[in-house]
Design a protein around this ligand. Structure first.
Ligand SMILES: C[S@@+](CC[C@H](N)C(=O)[O-])C[C@H]1O[C@@H](n2cnc3c(N)ncnc32)[C@H](O)[C@@H]1O
Length: 338
């Protein structure tokens, strides 16, 4: 059995890892994934954490500081669509100066920084991944008086009950090993009467569990994104209610994209951005060749090509899921703690 390197107590970036550490980490990730959903749930902390150690630098280069998707209007550029998707949450939650918001699974702080600048609210970001938190502190320096961070697990939030005025979770809870338990924790730390909003990754009603192609796409999405499972939209609503929330709104925002600019367009390398180049067929071939040569010359760690291949397969599956209409990464919910 392949083991994750034992000395890696804290998360680090791909660049910080010793050349011989990357391949065992990729192998360890694959091994946990292949062992099935129960093992992924049992070992969710290392499963998810190691994934983000491997991919964070790739994500920041290719996507930016906000690790999520957005519906995109005609003529709107990629960055503007992400920002609008974030502002949508701020507006629904009526974020404003003087209130304290928990950002559940805050990534490298892109959305949190933007929302602090936009609304003037104070944010506390919780994230399991130490390397991402280092990045988040850097990205929010200009609003540091409004941003605080907790290195911790959102399944056990180290905070008192009834503390926060609002909470957001942008595409972070698909990693949860148990949705109801995860939402329960958020509910616990919110003050009665306050709101929780976010975007979930879900299978839509068009997903057919008897369709082999649908199952393959679902599996590829989970494999390439460190997901223990992938829930139907109805399961998210049920889990929020079971956790004690009153569900006020729930809807898929994917259909709000213009037909020319579906949410997965950036994954297809169709945007005129420098960082899109590795997503084009030619760019992919060149990236893989460069990484392979780099591995041979020992200027990039062994395993870097495998990470790039994993991410390309993940991107393909997301595009396929989006095109088939069987998957959405933007199932919006607005819930209230009674
Ligand atoms: C797809 S990223 C989204 C990040 C951020 N919300 C954004 O939109 O940029 C998912 C995030 O959830 C975090 N995460 C996953 N499981 C977690 C857990 N159990 N506790 C805390 N953070 C977690 C990951 O480390 C990652 O930062």
């Amino acid at each position: 059995m392949t083991r994750m390197p034992a000395k890696r107590a804290n998360s680090r970036s791909l660049a910080d890892l010793a050349p011989d550490e990357v391949k065992p980490m990729v192998d360890g990730y694959n091994e946990i994934y292949d062992a099935g959903p129960e093992r992924r749930k049992e070992q969710y902390r290392s499963f998810v954490n190691h994934f983000y150690d491997l991919v964070t630098d790739f994500y920041e280069f290719g996507w930016g500081q906000s690790f999520h998707f957005a519906p995109r209007r005609r003529g709107e550029n990629f960055e503007a669509s992400l920002l609008r998707h974030q502002h949508f949450l701020a507006d629904r939650l009526s974020l404003r100066p003087g209130i304290e918001v928990l950002d559940v699974g805050c990534g490298v702080g892109g959305p949190m920084g933007n929302l602090a600048r936009y609304s003037g609210a104070s944010f506390v970001g919780i994230n399991n991944n130490a390397y991402q938190l280092e990045r988040a502190k850097l990205h929010t320096q200009d609003v540091e008086s409004l941003c605080r961070f907790i290195h911790g697990d959102y399944m056990q939030i180290p905070e008192d009950d009834d503390r926060y005025d609002a909470a957001i979770a942008i595409e972070s809870m698909p990693h949860a090993p148990n949705k109801t338990a995860a939402f329960c924790e958020v509910c616990r730390v919110l003050r009665p009467g306050s709101y929780f909003a976010g975007y979930e990754w879900c299978l839509t009603e068009d997903f057919d569990p008897d369709n082999a192609e649908h199952l393959r796409i679902k599996n590829d999405i989970m494999m390439g994104n460190a997901l223990p499972e992938l829930a139907f939209t109805s399961e998210i609503c049920d889990a929020l209610r079971k956790a004690g929330f009153e569900l006020l709104e729930a809807s898929d925002r994917a259909p709000e994209s213009d037909l020319q600019t579906p949410w997965y367009r950036a994954l297809q390398g169709r945007d005129l951005r420098l960082s899109s180049i590795p997503r084009t067929p030619i760019g992919r071939a060149l990236t893989n060749l460069t990484l392979r040569i780099g591995e041979k010359l020992r200027v990039v760690p062994e395993g870097a090509t495998a990470v790039s291949t994993l991410l390309n397969a993940a991107a393909d599956a997301l595009v396929e899921g989006g095109k088939a209409g069987i998957f959405t990464p933007m199932y919006f919910f607005l819930a209230r703690k009674p």
